[in-house]
Design a protein around this ligand. Structure first.
Ligand code: FMN
Length: 337
């Protein structure tokens, strides 16, 4: 498979030892960092080992969200999405790999070691998922009305199953109304906390300045948005906006769940989330999230009733969107140990 020569200058600057495996690892990492992360924090650090060739993936706790995500749950989910993206990127470059999750109990931020295996045939499926990595982006816009094709949604649920998690698809109005109520409670609860608003404001970026992380707020609002977010409790407005988005712009709401709620579950949930998103993209659909309802303990507990009592890790909305905005990433060389 060819690599776009315009993509980034990571490889030249890193001056890797000129072995093909090392070059493949760097190319795969360059692709894998397109993985989604909360507030686009990109909370990962990589090491590259020789003999046997391996990538080590570590959580970058300096990029943790201490107020919104005090347990680090979403930090590890984000690292899990990176891990799955890396598996896909290696397969698309004809490399098998062996994964050890949490390989060192003494080092809980050591998420995984990915040992590079034999050369393997590159399948059509692997190339389709690699293409989806490049195309996928979060779409917070209104999705088209109308039912979604059942076979598409069951393909997404199957992709999640294969990663050891489950996806509950909420298509009925009463189910979505319950989610909307809980999202509204969570919006108000977070917005009334000045520390939450302050942390969110720290990750907002104006389009000027070429930020490589965080959430870019486009247009002239980008310059004042951090101040607005810090200063005003907009809980009622957010709740009303999210309620309208669920009813009028989200044909499907989906709950990604696990049985238990350990650090290993969070990593696995991240891998399952990546698998879901790449399948959604491959099916020509879009997705975005309602993290607040999982971040607030009481609303998260209430969501379990919609998911057979399982532990909810991610709430997604799925539909046909129209945005094509690509968010920024830091270069791989800044993420190496
Ligand atoms: C676990 C998780 C939760 C997220 N929650 C939200 C959310 O509540 N609202 C939102 O707009 N984006 C959410 N995102 C999306 C990130 O903001 C997004 O992935 C990041 O900004 C990078 O943009 P991209 O997905 O378009 O590449 C979440 C992402 C992850 C991995």
């Amino acid at each position: 498979m060819t690599v776009d020569p315009n993509r980034s200058d990571n490889h030249a600057r890193l001056e890797p030892r000129d072995t093909s495996v090392r070059a493949t690892i760097l190319e795969a990492l360059d692709s894998a960092i397109r993985a989604p992360s909360t507030h686009n924090t990109q909370p990962w650090i990589f090491g590259i080992e020789d003999d046997p060739a391996a990538v080590t993936l570590h959580a970058d706790t300096t990029r943790a969200l201490e107020i919104a995500d005090p347990s680090g749950r979403e930090l590890f989910i984000s690292c899990g999405t990176l891990l799955h993206h890396l598996r896909v990127a290696l397969a698309a470059r004809g490399r098998a790999c062996r994964i050890e999750r949490l390989p060192d109990p003494a080092e809980p931020t050591f998420v995984a070691r990915v040992t590079i295996g034999d050369a393997i045939a590159v399948t059509e499926g692997a190339l389709a998922l690699e293409a989806a990595i490049q195309e996928r982006h979060t779409d917070n816009g209104v999705f088209e009305r109308g039912e979604l094709d059942e076979s598409m949604l069951s393909a997404v649920a199957k992709a999640v199953d294969a990663e050891g998690a489950k996806l509950a698809l909420l298509l009925r109005d009463d189910e979505r109304a319950r989610v909307a109520d809980l999202v509204a409670v969570a919006d108000r609860s977070q917005q009334e906390d000045p520390q939450f608003r302050d942390e969110l404001a720290q990750w907002l970026r104006s389009p000027i300045g070429g930020a490589r992380d965080g959430i870019t707020v486009r247009g002239p609002r980008g310059l004042v948005e951090p101040w607005i977010v810090r200063t005003f409790d907009r809980g009622d407005g957010e709740a009303a906006r999210d309620r309208a988005l669920i009813f009028d712009g989200s044909p499907c709401v989906a709950l990604l769940t696990t049985v238990t709620d350990t650090q290993m579950d969070w990593i696995r949930a991240g891998e399952a989330l990546s698998a879901a998103l790449l399948c959604i993209t491959d099916e020509g659909l879009s997705a975005s999230y309602f993290a607040q309802v999982v971040e607030v303990d009481s609303t998260r507990a209430a969501l379990a009733a919609l998911a057979d009592g399982r532990v909810v890790q991610v709430v997604l909305r799925i539909g046909r969107g129209h945005s094509s905005r690509r968010s920024a990433r830091r270069p791989v060389r800044e993420m190496l140990r």
